[in-house]
Design a protein around this ligand. Sequence first.
Ligand code: MLT
Length: 262
Amino acid sequence: MKETISGLSVYFEGNSKNKSIIFLHGFPYDHTMWKAQIDELSEKYFCVTYDIRGLGESPVGDGQHTMEYFVDDLETIINELKLDKPILCGLSMGGYISFRALERMEEKFSAVILCDTKSEADNNEGKLKRAAAIKRINTEGLAPFAKDFITNCFGDNYKQHNKEEFKKRIAKSSGFDPVGVKGSLLAMLSRNDTTEYLSNVKIPALIICGEHDALTPPAVMKPLAEKINGAEYVVIKNSGHMSPIENPEEVNIALRDFLNKL
Ligand code: MLT
């Protein structure tokens, strides 16, 4: 089912009386990246996902986006759907939104799942890379940037064995509105560092990392997990940065094991 909330395209599967999980996608993707997880979990959970502002089918507006604005959207959706302490599940940029949401309103959630992400803000080099990406999109259009960025996200195993699916991902993201994609780049570039908050997290946490993740590798994610009291840490084999797409079987096992314990 689909509903429009605050202009955003919001999708849900499962019985709304069940415990809810809200899934936040990465950049530059849309809600469809969580399909395998929602197919697996919607029998037992009310699964909610949406296209982050500026991406997929959600409105682009003026493209002047911030992480705060993205967290406001998350809060609006939770309030509008009257979700009672949902489980928050975010990948990469969806993880950045999740970290800031915990910092702002942890009491609204019952557990958190963080996939292929990090709590640190962009350093100088990272900021300059975002600026270069915006310049590249302005001069060359979105497609070359999307192709290079997405190629770096996926591990070799997935790219070799899922050539058609991989091409479709690139084509889909290349068709997004460049203003919205640049809006996400601005939001990520200007986000705050949430590392200090990690030791305050009180809700159960699961940290998932693709073993070949080139953007947020295990060397970044293991220390992150160690900063959260009692967090579980799972490395996903044969996977790059997009573990829920690249190795859905292992990710789903990790999710089910974690959720069953709650
Ligand atoms: C993502 O997957 O959301 C991006 O890799 C995040 C980023 O560029 O920092």
